[in-house]
Design a protein around this ligand. Structure first.
Ligand code: SF4
Length: 348
């Protein structure tokens, strides 16, 4: 990795002139379906089905979509936790699959939704946070204790918390411990997989603010996976909307919220709770039908079976490409909603 220029990351604004830290091209992850262990493969679940995405150093990209849209699988591909079926994923110019496991874990870290589930309840907080440092031979003895103490302070806990055990902490505090552990190896990238979904709203805001300040201080790069558009609005520089294994819209956060172009994004935005019951009822776009099976995605545009403005003979036949409509705002739709436009209210 080249020497870091502190000017590269200023006020959380990544530089687009530099090569991306993460470069994803046509990434696919298809899981085979078999009737039994020795039976032939009968079909594939296309969890991730051709994703292209560049992420700049210092950037936070929020990935949103309903359950089963492929966002978590995409995160695991980026982390090198599962092999891809097709395509390429590079980190700092290197193929993820060619990086040694130790280097991968040092430079790329993950924070899960359920921090308690990823901690051994019999280990003290000191042991939990110190483990990666010990495994990598980076500190021991008094130096290790000092490092754990510093990490606890960074995440807003007290050094004397290191003698306690996970069950003695609230959900928000456990997530802070998980973040301290993720930061222990001084990584460049952290995958945040629904890190605030299990927390109360007030605690969510605290954890989001903490992540934001730590990112600014350290020039970290985040992928933030969530089903909550409220959360990505708070923390992301850009938002990628996924549907059935593909990115259907991507834009800078302000642009996506101001001018959503894909009908699916409109539906997701309309589901954000509003202050009054009347506003909620007035604005909500209710999509018809269920999310199709990723083992048997619809022809043409995979959203056409639920899209309120689908055009027969076009949307069910031709698959739209993810194309730029303005600047970095891209959408995969034959008939994107114009800036400031709206969709018909199906529940009128
Ligand atoms: Fe709807 Fe057609 Fe656009 Fe797909 S391509 S989102 S079906 S309008």
């Amino acid at each position: 990795m080249s020497e870091e220029d502190p000017k590269e990351v200023v006020n959380n604004k990544p530089s687009e002139d530099l090569p991306p830290l993460i470069k994803i091209r046509n990434a696919k992850k298809w899981f085979p379906i078999k009737a039994g262990m020795f039976s032939p493969v009968t079909a594939h679940v296309r969890a991730v089905d051709g994703v292209d995405l560049d992420i700049q150093k210092g950037e936070t990209v929020g990935v949103v979509g309903e359950s089963g849209c492929g966002k978590t699988t995409l995160g695991r591909l980026v982390m090198g936790l599962i092999p891809r079926t097709e395509g390429s994923i590079e980190f700092d110019g290197m193929d993820i699959s060619s990086m040694k496991r130790k280097e991968l874990r040092r430079r790329l870290q993950i924070v899960f939704q359920d921090p308690g589930g990823s901690m051994n309840p019999r280990m003290s907080v000191r042991s939990i946070i110190a483990e990666p440092l010990i495994v990598n031979g980076l500190a021991d003895g008094a130096e290790l204790t000092k490092k754990v103490s510093e990490l606890l302070t960074i995440v807003g806990l007290k050094p004397n918390h290191m003698t306690r055990f996970p069950h003695e902490f609230s959900g928000g505090q456990k997530q802070r411990i998980a973040l301290a552990r993720a930061l222990s190896l001084d990584p460049e990238f952290i995958l945040l997989d629904e890190p605030t979904s299990a927390l109360d709203v007030s605690v969510q805001a605290q954890v989001l603010n903490l992540l934001d300040s730590i990112q600014k201080e350290r020039g970290l790069t985040f992928i933030f996976i969530t089903h909550s558009l409220n959360v990505v609005n708070h923390i992301s520089d850009r938002v990628a909307v996924m549907y059935l294994g593909k990115i259907v819209e991507i834009a800078e956060t302000d642009e996506l919220f101001a001018n959503p172009a894909h009908p699916y994004t409109h539906a997701l935005l309309s589901a954000i709770p509003q202050p009054s019951v009347e506003e909620n009822q007035k604005q909500r776009i209710v999509l018809s039908g269920d999310v199709p099976s990723p083992a048997n995605p619809p022809s043409g545009c995979s959203f056409h079976t639920r899209c309120p403005v689908a055009v027969e003979g076009k949307c069910d036949v031709d698959e739209p490409e993810l194309e730029a409509i303005i600047g970095g705002h891209k959408v995969a739709c034959h008939f994107p909603v114009e800036a400031g436009g709206s969709l018909p209210m199906l529940n009128d």
